[in-house]
Write a protein of this length. Structure first.
Length: 204
């Protein structure tokens, strides 16, 4: 298309303005390109950090998730058997029951050591140490509740709810390579508080 003389004269008179506008357009394009490149680099770094975090959490769990689950179950199962033995009656000349009771108390002490070790390992990455402490504490308290079976069973029931939550959350963390859900941690704190309150109220 051939431009008429008037249009040509307009472009000639305003060529400096057009050059400035073209320059500004180039600067804007360069700035936008740089901005998008920076944004892309930041996003890539975030994705890389997320992948590394997921790998770190999964590695942590691979080293101990089965053991911690087994220890939680075993210490509560041992405490439950101990409560059942508290309700048995043996002949006064038969020491077998008392020997058996002591054996289960010793088992609780052994499992407690394993849970305390796991608590230290997971404290700063999974934040379930309060739940693990509560489970170990309940099993330890059970040893002193031979004359209060009702309270012993109540504490065991609440502690087992904590165990279920931790089991479920560890599986979630492994599958997603993520930290425990805040909601779950709050529920664990509530169960732990209820357990402490029951224990503290036992002599009132």
């Amino acid at each position: 298309m051939i431009l008429d003389q008037t249009t040509l004269d307009f472009f000639i008179k305003n060529k400096d303005a057009f050059l400035v506008m073209a320059g500004l357009g180039a600067l804007v394009t360069t700035a936008l390109t740089a901005t998008f490149s920076l944004f892309g680099a930041i996003q890539a770094k975030k994705i890389d950090e997320k992948i590394k975090r997921q790998e770190s959490i999964r590695k942590l769990l691979e080293d101990g998730m089965i053991g911690i689950g087994e220890n939680m179950h075993e210490i509560l199962a041992t405490a439950d058997i101990l409560v059942k033995k508290f309700q048995l009656t043996a002949h006064k000349n038969d020491p077998s029951l008392e020997q058996s009771i002591q054996t289960y108390k010793d088992r609780i002490d052994n499992n407690k050591k394993h849970l305390q070790k796991a608590k230290t390992v997971y404290r700063y990455k999974l934040y379930v140490d309060e739940g693990l402490s509560t489970i170990a504490r309940v099993a330890d308290w059970i040893k002193k509740l031979r004359d209060d079976i009702k309270l012993a069973n109540s504490l065991l029931e609440l502690a087992d709810e904590i165990r279920k939550l931790i089991d479920k959350e560890i599986i979630y963390c492994y599958r997603n390579g993520d930290y425990p859900k805040r909601k779950t941690l709050i529920v664990i704190k509530i169960y732990s508080w209820r357990i402490r309150r029951k224990w503290n109220d036992r002599e009132k």
